[in-house]
Design a protein around this ligand. Sequence first.
Ligand SMILES: Nc1ncnc2c1ncn2[C@@H]1O[C@H](COP(=O)(O)OP(=O)(O)OP(=O)(O)O)[C@@H](O)[C@H]1O
Ligand SMILES: [Mg+2]
Length: 255
Amino acid sequence: MSEFILETNGLTKEFKGFAAVSDVNLKVQRGHIHALIGPNGAGKTTVFNLLTKFLPPTAGTIRFDGRDVTHEAPAATARRGLVRSFQISATFPHLTVMENVRIGLQRKLGTEYHFWRSEKSLDVLNDKAMALLEAVDLASFADTVTAEMPYGRKRALEIATTLALEPKMMLLDEPTQGMGNEDISRVVDLIRKVSANRSILMVEHNLSVVANLCDRITVLTRGSVLAEGSYDEVSKDPSVLEAYVGSDDMNDAHH
Ligand SMILES: Nc1ncnc2c1ncn2[C@@H]1O[C@H](COP(=O)(O)OP(=O)(O)OP(=O)(O)O)[C@@H](O)[C@H]1O
Ligand SMILES: [Mg+2]
């Protein structure tokens, strides 16, 4: 088993000759929380769209969990365990929190033929749904209509519906976006908790979140990898500081 759960080689995406992602070699170690950071327009979301097969690459390869998945269908790669939160798992606002998690579980279990042959299947579904809600600290919201929950709690529910698919690796695109400090610290705790036994690649603009949470960081600028290393390493790299000119983010993040 490779030390790296995800490896891209020469990953490139051009839009009408413009290279949004250019020759990216990304390696994510098994069990790590790995951050992908960089200024607006650096190509972070495009990398995610390539990894999930939402977009086909212009060049390069993607290896996940020991296999070349570059030309595999999106659903097949998701079934292998590479899952993006808020992609497959969008929640239904008019259903309760419990109903949303049950739908996520049905997606997973529904593909397992034997599950529905058991008379106990619905009990199993309810037990698993409740366990997931407890894991993301939403048990007390089980019967709440999703639309009526605070924003930060909705993001936690989205993570729960992704967890229902039992991913080996989760892709999180700006999980703390638009949140206040209280919700941010709750989501940080949640990501740390769900990272047990799995790998996470996250795009995150909030550098104090990156500093506190992530084992390794890749910095992208204009489609290319500028630097890679621990937070201490990349935050001292003059070329990284240069890329972040105009913001003191890199220096303020550490505490
Ligand atoms: N479908 C597309 N067609 C043309 N250009 C695109 C497309 N998608 C992205 N781009 C361009 O590719 C570049 C990278 O965009 P991307 O969304 O990946 O950046 P990002 O790092 O996620 O930025 P942000 O931090 O603002 O989310 C940008 O210049 C963007 O305009
Ligand atoms: Mg983006």
